[in-house]
Structure formats: structure tokens, C-alpha cells
Design a binder for this molecule. Structure first.
Ligand code: PEP
Ligand code: MG
Length: 586
């Protein structure tokens, strides 16, 4: 038995047989039944035969025009017969009982390593030909069989997924009734897939660095998302003992906390709403006792319904069902916040990305997301706004723009709302007054909060992005995720600054970043003067419980002390020791 330590991002404990996904190479590694070994070997043989035919054909066509280039394909044909390649892949299948795709990928790595060691630059260059050939073998393996994406939907019911990384769009397509939980090498607490896991209630641990190398497919793995741990290959007795210990550690959350509003020990009302990603999450939000939806991340619609961005009626129905389902609570809908990663994973199929190349997107469009991206696609933006304005007639709906960094952008986006409203009224439909707000999630917006406050109806502080941009830490990069610190003095000061700017302009301000889901940090935020939060639905009952244990007055003085401290360590220490003392004093 081995323990791997990562970051528990979605609570709960599950165990199952590991399926390994290497998303970067688009291959899934899983264990095959003994009876399937011959079939997998046969698949490799057929792929070799098909590849040979194709190469002979290409060689012939090329030779007709440029004889000298034909030698490239001669070399590939020779490699195809090399014992280090196809026979070795077959050997891996037989020895390790793994699928053919994985065996080919393994062989490529072994083969590639040999080329890396060659001193002759000409020969080293030939690694590209190996990659080309392996790509062909892989493509031919796919003939008549499912892609990694399809396979993820067909896994055994007792699987857990171990991946190098898992994009939200892929995660949204996994059948989570079969896959019990997941663990990834990449990621941090605010990794979008982590947020998705919490909303789907799938236990998950991220930021494990090299779990895909340490875990063998088919091994029993226990994922403890409540305790940052992945346990590999426990014996049945160890597994039983672990599950018992874990159950003792996490008694089920109380029913009573779910009902009633959140109130501090001295009677101050705190508004707790839920962050959701899918329309179906509404039920969980209501069940957890959310007073409204403080953040609906509409971009998840794009991943699950490919053409919805251009379909106003479809969007209208979805938003309408949501405001009706949450009544009398409000639903704050954030316009599409598509970022580059989401775009890259859905490239050609996505209307927002038509005409963009993957490398271009990754390399040169840094920061082109949220409202900035919407403003470059006015027709799509207006479609979404029309749908939202129409849905607003059926309940309390608020529109919020993500990733705003200037007053100019806000004005441009507001102008689009005016245009969308006139489109709707021209059709003879009425448009109610809809509150318009912005996410404060870029340091520039925080520093100009006083200017933005004059032109909006509400603020929502998005600390997930605010922290990453303020502290210069990519929230999805596990190598720097240790520097991602919600308790950094700079973050606390910025939050206070935004709260004050909103207060001066008398507009409501809520905080919807993940830091609100941490009950200790939540008390500090209340001490800083915030009274509205939006969080993962599952965190609401505990938040209510913790708030009920503390007096606002004590939390305010705690916040004053914390604001005078210089280091994260001192802040953490002050926070935890004060909460311990305050709670025992009750
Ligand atoms: C945020 O940035 O804090 C936020 C809530 O938005 P997202 O995590 O979707 O970027
Ligand atoms: Mg954000």
C-alpha cells in the first residue's frame, strides 16, 4: 500500500480499479481481461497491415513527382518491420495486459529515448518520422473502435480515473455513475475541473504531480477527497480499516443546517447562495439551503450542448427554467466565460473559435476570455443577452460580466445589453429592468472598483482569478500552486478595498470564489465586512454551522488584527488560534 498526497478538492471517499488517462497524448491506459489479449494483439497487427498499405500508396504517389522524397517513406516502411516497434508493442500487451493504444504509446517512448541519445543530428531528426509512424499506427487502431472519449463512457462501474490532466469539457462527458472518482497530476483547488467535481459530487484529489506513472491500470485505488490522499493498492483488510477510519472522521452533515438562513451568534444575517455549473444543479443548491444562485457559469452549456451558443430560444428556455426553479431567490447569470483552455479542447466544433488554430490560441491570445472574448463575437454575445433579457420576465435574474478590466469594456458590454433589449422590444416582447454587475477578478478592476461601482448595480468578487492574477500564479499549474494563497495580505487588502468601494456607492457586493467555501476563511471575510457569499452547494450547511458559532463583533476584531500582520503564516496562525478560542468560549 502506498499513499500519494495531493489536494483534496471534492469531498468523499471512493475506491475502485484504476483507469489511466494520458490526456496530453489522448490515450487511455486500462487493464484488459485475459481473454482479450489475443484480440488486442490482432488489433495491432491489423493496424500494421493498414499502415503498410497506406505508406506504399503514399510512397508511390510521391515518387511519381519527387523521387528523392520517396526515401522518407522507405524509412518508415522499414521501421514498421522493426522488432522494437510492432512486436514490442504486442509483447507489452501480453506482459502487462494493457490496451493496444497504450502499448503503442509505450513503444514510442522507448523508441524515442534511443533516438535522443544518438549524437548524429541527422539521425536524431528521424525521431519525427517515428512520431509520424506511431501517429499512423494509432490512427489505424482507431478504425472501428471507440475513441478515448467514448471509452470513458463505457468503463466498468467500479472504476476510478487517474489522469495527467482532465479538461472540464472531457470531464463533463464522463459517465460519473460508472467512474466513482478521479485524481489528476495537474490542478489546484480552483482548477475548473475541481469545481465541476464538487458540483457533480464526485470525490477528487488533484495536484498529485506523477500519479499516472505511479499507479498501474487495474490496481485498487482509494481516493479520499476530504483528506488530500490517494491510497494505492491496499490489501482488502487495509481497505476495510481505511474506510472505517474515514467514516468515523466525517460524520454526515446535519439535516438542520440545511434549513433556515445563515445567522451569526449575535444575530447578523449572512446571505449564502450557490455556485452552479449545470441547470440540474439547482436541486442540490435548494437542498443545501442556498438563498439563490450567486454564480451560474453558463460556459458549461457550451461543453455539453455544442450549438447552444447560436440558439437563442434554447438558451431562453434554460435560463427561464432556472429563474422559475429558484424563485423567489435570484439567479445571477454570468455571460460565457470561455477561456483559452476550454477553447483549445473544443476547437473546430466551437463557433466562438471558428478560424482559430490551436497554437495561436495558446500562444498569443493570453487573456482573451470572458467579456473580452464576447465583445469580439458580438452576434453570439447579443444572442445570449437576448435570451437572458427574455428569461428575466419570469423571475429574478441578474446579468454579470466576467473578466472585466476597464470601464470601457463595461460600457461596451452595457451597450450590447441596450442593443439586445431593443431587438427584443422590436419583436413586441417586453424587457424588465435587469440588474447588471461585474465580476471583480482582475487586479485592475479591483483597483478601479470605485470607478466601476458608479456604472453597475452589483459586484461579485471572483477570488479564484483575482488570486492568480494578483499573485502571478497559474491556478492550473501544480508547480506553482503552492504559491496560490488566499490569505496573502495583498488579497485581503484588495477584498477590503472592493468592499469599501461598493459600500460608498451603495451597491451590493458578494464573493463567489472558492475561498468562501473554507469555513475558517469565511469567518475572516465576514470580519472584513462582507455579508453575501456564493459557494459550492455542498459547503453551505457547514458554513451556516460555523457562522452560528461566532459573533460578528469578534470576527471584526479578528479581521483588524489580521490586517496588521505581514506574513501568510502569521495570518493563518492568528485565524486558526482565534477561531479555536472563540469557539471554545461559547
Ligand atoms: C473566480 O474567478 O473567482 C470565479 C468564481 O470564476 P471562475 O472560477 O469560474 O473563473
Ligand atoms: Mg473567474
Amino acid at each position: 500500500m502506498r499513499r500519494l498526497i495531493g489536494i483534496g478538492v471534492s469531498p468523499g471517499v471512493v475506491s475502485g480499479r484504476a483507469v489511466i488517462l494520458i490526456q496530453r497524448a489522448q490515450v487511455l491506459r486500462y487493464q484488459i481481461a485475459v481473454g482479450r489479449v489475443d484480440l488486442e494483439v490482432l488489433r495491432i497487427e491489423s493496424s500494421r497491415a493498414r499502415s503498410r498499405e497506406q505508406l506504399l500508396d503514399i510512397r508511390e504517389r510521391v515518387a511519381r513527382r519527387r523521387t528523392e522524397l520517396a526515401s522518407i517513406f522507405d524509412a518508415q516502411l522499414l521501421m514498421l518491420e522493426d522488432p522494437m516497434l510492432v512486436p514490442r508493442a504486442m509483447e507489452i500487451v501480453r506482459e502487462h495486459r494493457v490496451n493496444a493504444e497504450w502499448a503503442i504509446q509505450q513503444v514510442f517512448q522507448e523508441f524515442g529515448a534511443v533516438f535522443d541519445e544518438v549524437a548524429d543530428p541527422y539521425l536524431r531528426e528521424r525521431k519525427g518520422d517515428v512520431a509520424d509512424l506511431v501517429g499512423r499506427l494509432r490512427m489505424n487502431l482507431r478504425q472501428g473502435v471507440s475513441s478515448a472519449r467514448d471509452l470513458l463512457r463505457e468503463l466498468d462501474e467500479s472504476s476510478v480515473l487517474i489522469a495527467d490532466e482532465l479538461t472540464p469539457s472531457l470531464a463533463a462527458q464522463v459517465d460519473w455513475t460508472r467512474v466513482r472518482g478521479f485524481a489528476t497530476d495537474a490542478g489546484s483547488r480552483t482548477y475548473h475541473t475541481a469545481i465541476l467535481a464538487r458540483s457533480l459530487e464526485v470525490p477528487a484529489v488533484v495536484g498529485l504531480h506523477n500519479a499516472v506513472e505511479q499507479i498501474e491500470p487495474g490496481q485498487i485505488v482509494l481516493i479520499d477527497g476530504s483528506a488530500n490522499e490517494v491510497i494505492v493498492d491496499p490489501s482488502p483488510e487495509e481497505l476495510g480499516r481505511l474506510v472505517q477510519q474515514i467514516e468515523d472522521r466525517h460524520p454526515a452533515a446535519g439535516e438542520t443546517e440545511r434549513r433556515g438562513p445563515a445567522v451569526t451568534a449575535d444575530g447578523r444575517r449572512i446571505r449564502l447562495e450557490a455556485n452552479i455549473e449545470f441547470p440540474d444543479d439547482l436541486a442540490a443548491a435548494r437542498y443545501a439551503g442556498a438563498e439563490g444562485i450567486g454564480l451560474y457559469r453558463t460556459e458549461f452549456l457550451l461543453a455539453s450542448m455544442p450549438n447552444v451558443a447560436t440558439d437563442e430560444d434554447r438558451q431562453y428556455e434554460i435560463y427561464r427554467a432556472m429563474v422559475e426553479g429558484m424563485a423567489p431567490g435570484a439567479v445571477t447569470v454570468r455571460t460565457f466565460d470561455v477561456d483559452e483552455d476550454q477553447i483549445a479542447s473544443r476547437l473546430s466544433a466551437h463557433p466562438l473559435t471558428a478560424g482559430w488554430e490551436p497554437d495561436e490560441v495558446r500562444a498569443s491570445r493570453q487573456g482573451l476570455r470572458g467579456v473580452r472574448l464576447s465583445l469580439t463575437r458580438p452576434e453570439l454575445f447579443r444572442t445570449q443577452l437576448r435570451a437572458l433579457l427574455r428569461a428575466a420576465s419570469h423571475g429574478q435574474l441578474r446579468i454579470m460580466f466576467p473578466f472585466v478590466s476597464s470601464v470601457e469594456q463595461l460600457r461596451a458590454a452595457r451597450a450590447m445589453v441596450v442593443e439586445a433589449a431593443s431587438d427584443v422590444t422590436r419583436r413586441g416582447q417586453s424587457v424588465p429592468a435587469v440588474p447588471i454587475g461585474v465580476m471583480i477578478e482582475i487586479p485592475a478592476a479591483a483597483y478601479t472598483a470605485d470607478l466601476l461601482a458608479r456604472e453597475v448595480d452589483f459586484f461579485t468578487i471572483g477570488t479564484n482569478d483575482l488570486i492568480q492574477y494578483c499573485l502571478a500564479v497559474d491556478r492550473a499549474d501544480e508547480r506553482v500552486s503552492g504559491l496560490y494563497e488566499p490569505l496573502h495580505p495583498a488579497i485581503l487588502r484588495m477584498i477590503l478595498m472592493v468592499r469599501r468601494a461598493a459600500g460608498r456607492q451603495r451597491i451590493p457586493v458578494s464573493l463567489c470564489g472558492e475561498m468562501a467555501s473554507d469555513p475558517a476563511i469565511l469567518t475572516l471575510l465576514v470580519g472584513l465586512g462582507l455579508t453575501e457569499f456564493s459557494m459550492t452547494a455542498g459547503a453551505i450547511p457547514v458554513a451556516k454551522q460555523v457562522l452560528a458559532e461566532h459573533r460578528l463583533e469578534d470576527l471584526r476584531s479578528l479581521a483588524r488584527r489580521v490586517l496588521r500582520l505581514s506574513t501568510i503564516e502569521d495570518i493563518e496562525h492568528e485565524l486558526l488560534s482565534a477561531l479555536g478560542k472563540l469557539a471554545t468560549r461559547e
